[in-house]
Design a protein around this ligand. Structure first.
Ligand SMILES: [Zn+2]
Length: 377
């Protein structure tokens, strides 16, 4: 049985798998990403997956960025103990196998192209919308990685040259409008509080806070641990309300608006003002939450139209925690693209939700390894 070793490294989770030529996972394992000694954890994970298994032919690694493919080094934002870490050479020395490295979002795109929603596409753009926004291009079946491996940074394409300053130092970046935290930030700045219809007066202290009613049965926004851009996993859930419980500082905290009561009073606990809550409230019709998604998806649509005009993308696959918002994201995105795109080939681009979810990164890493093995002399 021929197989390759696929490795997916995120800020919250390390994953590894043996994958055959058809994309079937023969063995797999995961473990949390430690704050330090990450290589020791990765070494143990690789041993766990490969012991007594068929010997892999090559190794493919998808890793959170930034990275430098020319040097084979990584400096993941969420992994402070790795700065300029020679990941490719370390894994190659450990396994004795040819080892290839790419960014996590590039692996997402490769995985969706191989086994997911992008199968058969001549020109695919994969986008991960999560804590940040990443992307990857697969053109004529090959990943476009760029000289240092940083191609596909679509989250930092500017959609407004007079726009807000981005954390990257640029201005008007898509990520500033459309990442989960930035949509939630904008909504909060405009009066949104999780679970409370915008404009509802806050209760006087001591009065019971009303439960919002009529919430549609929307799918919860999944925040895959170790997903391509490393959104942290969802916390514990209040069994009564079905909402995440804020456990920071060891216990429930008060909502900023002062309406919620703490657990000692028997009232509902505060929930974080995050993209998961924003998606739920948008689905329930909250006008500010809806406006945040309109604003974010308009930025995404501008970027998609621009990338499509530049490299004639035919298929866009969108994954990441925020994409689990479903029609709350994809509905306004389609409408915005219809308004923004002009040329017929740009208007023809198809947008698809990810079908592999958190498995896309490993699938892409396996694809990288198979590609390297097949093309090596
Ligand atoms: Zn930026």
């Amino acid at each position: 049985m021929n197989c390759v070793l696929a490795i997916d490294i995120g800020g919250t989770k390390l994953a590894a798998a043996l994958v055959d030529e058809a994309g079937s996972v023969l063995r797999s394992a995961t473990r949390p990403t430690p704050r330090t000694e990450v290589m020791a954890a990765l070494t143990a994970l690789i041993a766990e997956v490969t012991v007594d298994g068929p010997p892999p032919l090559a190794v493919g690694i998808g890793c959170a960025g930034p990275l430098d493919l020319a040097e084979g080094t990584v400096s993941p934002v969420n992994m402070p103990s790795w700065r300029g870490f020679p990941l490719r050479d370390e894994v190659q020395a450990l396994t004795g196998l040819p080892t290839v490295l790419a960014g996590d979002a590039q692996c997402f795109a490769l995985g969706e192209h191989w086994l997911g929603a992008g199968q058969g596409s001549r020109a695919l753009l994969g986008i991960v919308v999560s804590t940040g926004i990443g992307g990857g291009l697969v053109i004529d079946g090959a990943p476009i990685l760029g000289p240092t491996g940083n191609a596909g940074h679509v989250g930092h394409m500017s959609v407004d040259p007079y726009g807000e300053r981005c954390e990257c130092g640029g201005r008007g970046c898509v990520e500033r409008y459309a990442s989960g935290p930035n949509m939630a930030r904008w909504a909060t700045e405009n009066g949104w509080t999780p679970g409370r219809p915008t404009g509802t007066p806050t209760e006087k202290p001591g009065e019971p806070a009303d439960e919002p009613t009529g919430e549609p049965a929307v799918a919860p926004v999944d925040t895959p641990a170790g997903g391509p851009t490393g959104q942290p996993p969802g916390g514990p859930t209040d069994t009564r309300t079905g909402r995440p419980v804020d456990t920071r500082a060891g216990g429930p905290t008060r909502e900023p608006a002062g309406g919620a009561m703490d657990a000692a009073s028997g009232g509902p606990t505060a929930e974080p003002a995050d993209a998961r809550a924003l998606a739920r409230d948008a689905a329930a019709g909250d006008p500010v939450a809806l406006a945040a998604f309109e604003r974010g998806t308009r930025a995404l649509a501008g970027m998609i139209a621009s990338v499509t005009a530049g490299v004639e993308v035919t298929t866009v696959v969108i994954g990441g925690g925020v994409s689990a918002a479903g029609k709350v994201l994809f509905g306004p995105l389609e409408r915005a693209l219809d308004d923004i795109a002009g040329l017929p080939f740009v208007r023809a681009v198809r947008i698809q939700p990810s079908t592999l979810g958190v498995r896309a990164g490993l699938a892409g890493a396996a694809s990288l390894a198979w590609r390297h093995h097949t093309h090596s002399p």
